[in-house]
Write a protein that binds this ligand. Structure first.
Ligand SMILES: CC(C)(COP(=O)(O)OP(=O)(O)OC[C@H]1O[C@@H](n2cnc3c(N)ncnc32)[C@H](O)[C@@H]1OP(=O)(O)O)[C@@H](O)C(=O)NCCC(=O)NCCS
Length: 153
């Protein structure tokens, strides 16, 4: 029987359990974030409900092997909508097989089609493989530093 091929499509609620597994793997690599399944699910559901955001899932057959999300912001520098790529992760067994490339290109295509003029993302400064991946994908470095202040609920 032929191997099932890779598909990239917008995720739905049925993908949530698999997406949470992928997110847990991603957060374990990022020292600024701790994985909380309830918060991650709430965040994913909010993204799925928004008309100006995209959650992409990469699947091989019925197996979810990658995730990439984008949400829209307004930039005064660009004078219009831009995108923030929030989560990019490929299951360990599938890394190096162009899944990340396909996800990121699909996210870029979605953003271009919607008139977004720039995408940005945050990456852990110690995540050399991810930095090499973004460089290879044509993303440039900036002089920006991410600052954070947590607010009381
Ligand atoms: C980073 C990540 C998303 C890349 O996805 P991937 O499917 O492994 O990458 P691809 O196979 O699509 O690679 C695309 C290009 O990037 C390059 N690349 C990917 N990983 C690389 C690495 N570790 N070192 C150097 N180049 C790399 C590939 O060689 C390829 O270039 P090529 O077409 O010239 O060969 C994936 O490795 C991953 O999930 N890592 C853990 C989670 C993570 O760090 N996410 C990013 C958070 S900001």
């Amino acid at each position: 029987m032929p191997e099932p091929s890779l598909s990239i499509q917008p995720a739905g609620a049925a993908h949530l359990p698999a997406l949470l597994g992928l997110l847990e793997g991603l957060f374990s690599l990022e020292s600024d974030f701790a994985f909380d399944a309830a918060k991650a699910e709430r965040g994913l559901r909010l993204l799925l409900e928004r008309g100006d955001a995209l959650v992409l899932v990469a699947e091989v057959g019925a197996e979810a092997v990658g995730l990439c999300s984008v949400q829209t912001l307004i930039s005064t520098a660009e004078g219009g909508p831009v995108g923030l790529v929030e989560d990019v992760v490929v299951a360990p067994a599938w890394r190096g097989a162009s899944v990340g490339r396909r996800l990121l290109l699909a996210a870029e295509h979605w953003a271009s089609e919607r008139g977004l003029t720039r995408l940005q993302l945050l990456a852990d400064s110690g995540n050399a493989p991810a930095l090499a991946f973004y460089h290879r994908m044509g993303w440039s470095d900036t002089q920006l530093v991410c600052k954070r202040r947590m607010l009381q609920r």
